[in-house]
Every structure is written in C-alpha cells, then in structure tokens.
Write a protein of this length. Structure first.
Lengths: 341, 320
C-alpha cells in the first residue's frame, strides 16, 4: 500500500521546519520514505512533480518555505525558517474566543470551512484561545455564508493572489454566454448571492459580475494585473443600486390596505384614499416595475407615466399569453421584454 | 485529496497541542479539534511515522493507551504556526460579517471587533487578502433582538407576519427555535397556528412581541440546512415554468428539480412547492420573460390575475 499523502506532507513539513541549513531535493528524498518509494517505483519526473505539488500544498497551509539558490553547490536548497513560521503572540479572552468560534462556523463552502476550523486549531494549539466557562449567553444565532457557485473557489484564489482570470459569462437576459477576461479585485456576498468586481480587460472598464451567471470553468492566467487596483472597491454599493436601492426619484402608487407589505415598508409616506386603499410615495429605483407587477390587482401605479405603462405592458404580457404549451410561444414572449433582475 | 490536506493541517496543530499537554485525554483532544475519537486515533497512527528523517531514529514517539496520549520525545519541533492566507481570510471575513449583523448583542459585537483587531495583527501579511472579500448579512435589528431574547429566555412570540405565498398579513404565536442568517435572516420556530415548523423571514415580520408564556415546542431534531433553507417535499405539487433568457434568474432564487435548456437561451424549469398559488406572484413578476405552463389551472389563474390588475387601469381611464 502506498504511503498516505498526509504522512508524506507531514514528514516534508517536519524536515523543512527542523533543519538549520537548506536541504536539497535529494536530501529530502533520502530522508522521507514516501519519496524514496516514489523515486524507486516511478520515474524521476513523477517524483519531481510530486515534490512540487507537496511544496505548494504546504504553502497553502501557511508554511513559508524559503528557497536558497546558492547554498548547495548550485542545487536549490529548501527550508522553513522558524522565525518566519511562528504564530505571533496573540491571546483572545473567553468572550473573544467564543464569539470567534461562532463566526468561524459560517462557511458552508468546504475549502473555507476547512480553513476556518484549521485556523481555530492553530490558535487553540498555540494557547491563544482562553477556555470558556460556558456561562455567558450568546446570541442564539446560526449565521451561514452560502457559496454554492462553482466559480467561488477559483475566483477567491485569483483575487487573493491577484491573478487575472477568464470565464464565460451570461449577462442578464442574454441568450448566449460571452468570454470575459477580468482582473478580479473583490468578492462580495449580498442577499446570499456572490458578486465579483474587477477590471474587464476587453471593455477597459470596471465591471461587476454575478457568480451564478458564470458558465463553465474559471481559467487562471499567469500574467500580472495591468490596471491599477483602487484602494477601496465598493461592490455592495454597485449591486445595491442595481437592486433598486439608493434611488432619488420617487413614484406614487395605490395599495390595497393590508396587502403587499414589502412595498409598504419602503414607503416614504402613506395616506388613506378610502376605506380600502392607501396612496404611497416610494423610491423609484431599478427594477421597481417588476416589484410592483408582482402584487397584481393589489397595486395601481399613479405615476410617473413611464412606470405606469411599463407595469401595464408587463401585465398584458401575462394576461395575453395563450397557454397552449410550446417552445415557440415561449420564444416569442421571451424575446420581447426587458429583464426582471 | 482535500482530506489529506485537512488531515495534514490538523496534525500540524495537533503536535503543538500535545506538546503543551502531556497525558492529554483522547476525548478532550477530539472535542478540541472537532473530530471523532476514531479520527483522532487515525491521526495518532500516522504521527509515529513522521519525523525529521525516517532513518535517523527521530520519528515522533507518540502513543496512546486509548484514554491518554503521551509524547515521549517531545522537543521543539512543534511551535505554534502562523496562519495561512486562506485561514486568515476565512476567520476575518466571517468575524467582520457577523459583527456587522444588525441586532447582534453588543457584547458579542464588541468581542468580535476586538478579536478581529488581534487577528489582523497576528496574521500580518496573510490578512491582506481578507479586505478583498466582503459579506453583508441583512437583518432587522429590533425584530432580531426580540427573537434572540425570546430564544434565550425560552419564551413564546407573537408575530404579525406577512405571508408571502398568500400575500396577506397573518397573526400567530410561535415557539422560537433558532435564528438562521443566509443573506436574509430567518426565525425558525414552531408555529402554533399551523402546528408545524416554519421559517419566518425577519423583514416580513411587521410586529413582534415577547409573550409572558413559556416557549414549548415539541421535541424537534434541528434540520441540516446545508442544502438550502427551503426544501420542498417529494409529494408537493409540481409546477413547470418556461422562461426566456431574461427569466433565468428564477433558478437562483427557487429550489428546483430540473432546468432544461431551451433553444432560445431560456429554460424549462420544473419545481415542487407546497403552495403553488405562491408562484402566481412569480408569474406576474416575470412578465414577458416567462410563464407557468403546468398545471393548466395555475397558468389560467396567472392570466386572470393579470387581467384583473389591468382592469384597474381601464377603470382609471389610462390603460395606454
């Protein structure tokens, strides 16, 4: 049975951390049984690939591995210096430790969930987390950060390492995806959905992408960013504006009393019209027509006229569809309208 | 091979932990690392095969009698290790997100803010990437605080709640179970009106009161929410929607069974819902971007609802 990868990685880490001088690849191979087995039973090439992958894996786990080019008569030497790998002095009191443990459980995405619990283990092993006496009450809360989008993990790595990426992206309402080439600046999760802000190389401008609209694989490129990264990237503001927030214009609507609570909470002011209806002034931002149409006969748009006719057109599209099933009919209605999101 | 990575990460911390705690108990160590005793014993079987050189006789001499763990040649191989970039990002982003949740207890918020500052200092360069990831949790602060208090004090809640499916305001008493945040924040509770477990979205709670009645939910197993908060049952009625390219977003907001590509770039989406009438609102929102095709009576209701709404504009004499 071949030696388990975890045993091999652990041995490599211990060798690199405990040497005072850089070790050559040959010395490491002679010290670590799994490498000797690999070198004996497979080609030199496959051992080399294994060694490179293992170093990358340990670096992902946080190990700083220095490469010394001159140490060993022209052979590269490797070592993980203690001072560069030690956790700096840190002490969290019981309250801080408990709050951090609650927060660390938010990730549902496997890679970050593993990283978060790994970080807590490091802190606990290093004696940085005070033990809780379990007496304090905390918010009865289970916060969760969803990240079901396949593009999340590669984009996180690319944004972290400042690597350009390319991917196929289907714009809202577009029939076909298009290839995009992007320098990823920041990722933001808003209302449970992930967005990427970055420099679009072809459009030569800042763009925000919704991760769920990325189709296919995210490919990492190996060149450097070309555009300057701004100090602060506000993805949230951009996305919120698209979701209709921060609007300065207003609209007047009539609303049946007791209906459409979500619209009522947005009202800037409201006054009764008669026994059953109120008139409300609400912000007129992006997407309002779709928001209003949703409530059917419980909402009547008073103005402005463009909003009123937009809602009427949407209602007609629903009222007029024939109901005879068939793709042709769906094609016909689908190509006429704007997008709801 | 992510298992090997996670196990290596854990074993690197395990040696540091064991070095500081000679004779540590198996049960306690497993708890501290959030693993089963079996997994821990798996790690303890690997560690004696590890060392700075397999021929030098300097393998880790760690063994266990099943109850306690002993490390006989513990030396300084096991210093506490710095955080990796992903580790720093995962903790910092999570802590900042939770600290920003409206309604969180001030003590928790203050503790998280202090922890973030200490972590940033300890993580150094590794913390840099964490500014490139942000998460905003939405919650209605005062509603959150009342629900939170009711759970801690085990008291029943009275809610005036807007039922999105029925499109109307309801009043009900609820025995709260937990608060779950995933984008929006939800209160999970045992609804005394429907005698069933329900999720209430906080931004649809119009009014909330903590009652002087003890909360008394029936014994319930907490559901695993990793597949999403809403999981339709297999025998719920089936609805089919056909959407154009502009209606593809439906698959991002609704749990669906199946989405078939249509030649125009649209989708035929099959989903199940306990309350098909709740999808009328979706059909109206879609407008020209899609429609319900099955069941036929629901499709017909969508049309007639739209026609009723149009009639209001005809009444006011400006139907365009």
């Amino acid at each position: 049975m071949p030696i388990a990868k975890s045993e091999r990685l652990m041995n490599l880490a211990l060798c690199l951390m405990n040497t005072k001088r850089p070790l050559s690849k040959r010395e490491l191979r002679d010290s670590i049984e799994a490498y000797r087995e690999a070198a004996d039973s497979a080609s030199e090439d496959s051992f080399n690939r294994m060694f490179e992958r293992d170093k990358d894996d340990l670096r992902e786990l946080g190990l700083v591995i220095d490469v010394d080019e001159n140490a060993l008569d022209g052979e590269l030497g490797y070592l993980a210096r203690r001072d560069r790998n030690r956790l700096p002095e840190i002490a969290l009191d019981a309250e801080e430790a408990a709050a951090l443990s609650l927060a660390a459980g938010v990730w549902t995405q496997a890679r970050l969930a593993g990283a978060a619990s790994g970080a807590l283990h490091k802190l606990r092993a290093g004696g940085a987390l005070a033990e809780s006496d379990g007496a304090e009450a905390h918010s009865a809360l289970e916060p969760r950060i969803p990240a079901r989008e396949a593009a999340f993990e590669p984009l996180l790595a690319a944004a972290r390492d400042r690597r350009p990426v390319s991917f196929a992206y289907r714009k809202s309402g577009a029939a076909q995806p298009e290839q995009r080439s992007v320098e990823p600046w920041a990722l933001e999760c808003w209302h449970g959905h992930w967005y990427l802000a970055g420099w679009d190389r072809d459009r030569k401008d800042v763009r925000v992408f919704r991760l769920s609209r990325i189709t296919g694989r995210v490919k990492a490129r190996h060149d450097a960013f070309r555009a300057e990264v701004p100090d602060h990237v506000d993805v949230r503001q951009h996305v919120a504006r698209f979701a209709g927030e921060g609007a300065t214009a207003t609209a007047r609507i009539r609303l049946r009393r007791g209906a459409a609570f979500p619209l009522r909470t947005k009202a800037l002011n409201a006054e009764p019209v008669d026994a059953d209806w109120d008139e409300l002034e609400i912000p007129f931002g992006h997407g309002l027509a779709a928001d209003l149409t949703e409530f059917g006969a419980d909402v009547v748009v008073v103005g402005p006229a463009e909003l009123r006719s937009d809602v009427i057109a949407r209602l007609r599209a629903v009222a007029g569809s024939t109901g005879a099933a068939g793709i042709e009919a769906a094609v016909a209605v689908a190509t006429t309208g704007g997008s709801a999101q | 091979m992510s298992n090997a990575i996670d196990q290596t990460r854990r074993m690197l911390s395990l040696v540091t932990y064991l070095r500081e705690r000679p004779g540590a108990r198996v049960g306690e160590v497993a708890r501290a690392f959030g693993i089963t005793e079996r997994e821990l014993v798996g790690d303890l079987n690997v560690l004696p095969m590890c060392g700075t050189s397999f021929r030098g006789g300097d393998l880790l001499d760690i063994d266990t009698d099943g109850e306690r763990i002993w490390w006989h040649n513990a030396d300084d191989v096991a210093q506490p290790l710095r955080l990796s970039s992903d580790e720093a990002i995962s903790l910092l982003v999570a802590a900042r997100a939770v600290a920003g949740l409206p309604g969180l207890r001030e003590r928790d918020r203050a503790a998280l803010t202090r922890a973030v500052a200490k972590l940033e200092a300890a993580a150094g360069d590794a913390a840099e990437g964490s500014a490139r990831v942000g998460v905003t949790f939405e919650a209605e602060g005062s509603v959150f605080a009342d629900a939170d208090r009711a759970i801690t004090e085990r008291r029943r809640l009275w809610l005036r709640y807007y039922s999105s499916g029925r499109g109307e305001m309801t009043e009900r008493e609820v025995d709260p179970i937990r608060l779950v945040t995933e984008g929006h924040t939800y209160l999970e509770g045992w609804c005394r009106l429907s005698e069933d477990r329900r999720m209430f979205r906080l931004d649809r709670i119009a009014d909330i009161k903590v009652l002087d009645v003890p909360s008394d939910p029936p014994p319930l197993e907490l559901r695993d929410l990793s597949e999403g908060l809403v999981r339709p049952a297999e025998d719920d009625p089936q609805v089919v929607l056909e959407v154009g390219p502009g209606g593809r977003w439906v698959t991002e907001y609704y749990t669906y069974e199946n989405a078939m590509e249509l030649p125009d770039g649209g989708l035929r989406i099959t989903l199940r819902t306990p309350d098909p009438a709740g999808l009328l609102r979706l059909a109206l929102r879609l407008g020209a971007d899609g429609r319900i095709t099955e069941p036929p009576d629901l499709a017909e209701r969508a049309r007639s609802t739209a026609a009723d709404a149009l009639a209001r504009y005809a009444d006011t004499g400006a139907a365009g």
